[in-house]
Design a protein around this ligand. Structure first.
Ligand code: KG4
Ligand code: ZN
Length: 349
């Protein structure tokens, strides 16, 4: 089956066409992503109203490009999928309404996909990873450890109680005057800094649950920076290195706890899977390899272009749902908030 997927929940306008064969293997026929980074950079973060307007302006040409590159007609599609949340509601409305219009005009099934479910299922598109697996999702908006037991069957093992990890990287970069998005810039500075110079906390370390807290770390970093201001280039590099080291150690500790909970509640995972922009960070990637190695499972890390927001993951999640007969009515509403644990196998959920 061939599915068109539309993603507009944050600052990427994306559309893709993906094929899923009868054996459940996936193939990407096209994957077009337009990043709005330039529109938001001056504000140091995503501005929802600007994002929604930019989606309206770009979406039809992005879909046309995806269809053209895939060399398929609307009539040849088996279904249309759009991210129906969670996300910035203005953008979600744009993408879901577009998907409804295409589904209505061409009389095709609609799949209203949960954006987090799409991240969760990407490893099955790229690596045909079997259920059940443990997912570490870390982006600018989300930080979660999940048990992925099947399509529409997710167990939330842990998550952040305040900031997402990507958000903490972005705020650190902003504080140090590095620009936006902050993750890659902090990583670059950290490469020539001293990770031991500043003693930053490891929030939540040693706790039995698998939750994260990043806001205290961010505050501790700000206090250290204020103590030694004005900052030299060397100070900035050392602050970035110390911050990245603290986050990496927190991720290691929290994932060990999360994998222990997975084993108790689900069983032995087939793999540790990572998703989200933060997984591009090499220091964090090293930690992920280490915790997977410790318990004898492999780390599945989809290529960065499929770890960050994209249309292929939405199309794929739509295809996985369509294969199970899980389609949605045109009356389905977009959702700003939509925890993955509330996604079920029931159609129209
Ligand atoms: O998944 P993503 O592209 O978008 C969403 O947030 O949904 O993730 C973007 C986030 C940003 O916060 C960015 O700073 C962070 O991922 N990020 C990184 C790195 N590359 C991107 N964080 C740390 N190190 C990186 N190399
Ligand atoms: Zn995302």
């Amino acid at each position: 089956m061939i599915v068109l997927g539309i993603e507009t929940t944050c600052d990427e306008t994306a559309a893709a066409v993906v094929e899923r064969n009868a054996e459940g293997q996936g193939r990407i026929l096209s994957n077009v992503v337009l990043s709005q980074i330039n529109e938001h950079a001056a504000f140091g973060g995503v501005v929802p109203e600007i994002a929604a307007r930019a989606h309206v302006e770009a979406l039809d040409s992005i879909i046309a490009k995806a269809m053209n590159e895939a060399q398929v007609s609307f009539a040849a599609l088996d279904g249309i999928a759009a991210a129906a949340g969670p996300g910035l509601i203005g953008g979600v409305i744009v993408g879901l309404t577009m998907a409804k219009a295409i589904a209505l005009v061409h009389n095709k099934p609609l799949m209203a996909v949960n954006h987090l479910e799409a991240h969760a299922l990407t490893a099955r598109l790229t690596d045909a990873t079997a259920f059940p697996y443990c997912l570490f999702l870390a982006s600018g908006g989300h930080t979660q450890i999940l048990g992925v037991r099947g399509v529409g069957d997710y167990l939330r093992i842990g998550g952040t109680v305040d900031d997402a990890i990507g958000e903490a990287f972005d705020k650190t970069a902003k504080l140090l005057g590095l620009g936006y998005p902050g993750g890659p810039l902090v990583e670059k500075e950290a490469a020539h800094g001293d990770p031991e110079r500043f003693k930053l906390p490891r929030p939540m370390a040693g706790r039995h649950d698998a939750n994260f807290s990043l806001s205290g770390l961010k505050t501790a970093l700000r206090l250290e920076a204020e103590k030694i201001a004005p900052l030299s280039d060397g100070d900035v590099a050392d602050l970035c290195a110390s911050f990245q080291q603290a986050v990496s150690e927190v991720v290691m500790d929290r994932l060990r706890a999360g994998l222990g909970m997975f084993r108790e509640q689900v069983g032995v995972p087939t793999a540790l899977v990572c998703a989200g922009g933060v997984a591009a960070n090499q220091a964090i990637r090293k930690v992920l390899h280490r915790v997977a190695f410790e318990i004898g499972i492999s780390l599945v890390a989809p290529p960065p272009a499929l770890c960050t927001d994209n249309g292929a993951m939405i199309a794929w999640a739509g295809a996985e749902r369509l294969a199970l007969g899980l389609t949605d009515s045109l009356a389905i509403a977009p959702r700003a908030r939509w925890p993955l644990a509330e996604v079920t196998k029931a159609a129209g959920s």
